[in-house]
Design a protein around this ligand. Structure first.
Ligand code: AMP
Ligand code: ZN
Length: 111
């Protein structure tokens, strides 16, 4: 089972910030900004490249909760939401996740 599936099942501990039947948000273990949260579907989807009409509902579910999670973190001045995909995208955990970063002015570099 992949690392984030184990976190979803509670077999590996995490600092949860939001959870419902479809999604889980928890703090990144190696934060790149004052707020660095990972938002994942509970269902295993390997990456953005595996999103289909059949499973995309959970992606909407994640995006629908982003404003609430950002508000709870006090990210009044904005934030960055991103997903790394595959080798060139430097994806290290092969379970779809969105990084929510904020709490400071982030760098303009994206690549
Ligand atoms: P990515 O490189 O986009 O696949 O992102 C994977 C992220 O997972 C990295 O930012 C890691 O710091 C984070 N990470 C790895 N293991 C854990 C863990 N056990 N708990 C929380 N975050 C983790
Ligand atoms: Zn998984």
């Amino acid at each position: 089972m992949c690392l984030f599936c184990q976190i979803v099942k509670g077999e590996i501990p995490s600092t949860k910030v939001y959870e419902d039947e479809k999604i889980l948000a928890f703090r990144d273990i190696n934060p790149q900004a004052p707020t660095h949260i990972l938002i994942v579907p509970k269902e295993h989807i390997s990456s953005a490249d595996e999103i289909t009409p059949e499973n995309s509902g959970v992606v909407s579910a994640i995006f629908e909760k982003v404003p609430q999670i950002a508000r709870a973190e006090g990210l009044k001045n904005g934030y960055r939401l991103l997903t790394n995909c595959g080798e060139d995208g430097c994806q290290s955990v092969k379970h779809l996740h969105f990084h929510l970063l904020g709490g400071k002015k982030l760098t303009e570099r994206m690549g």
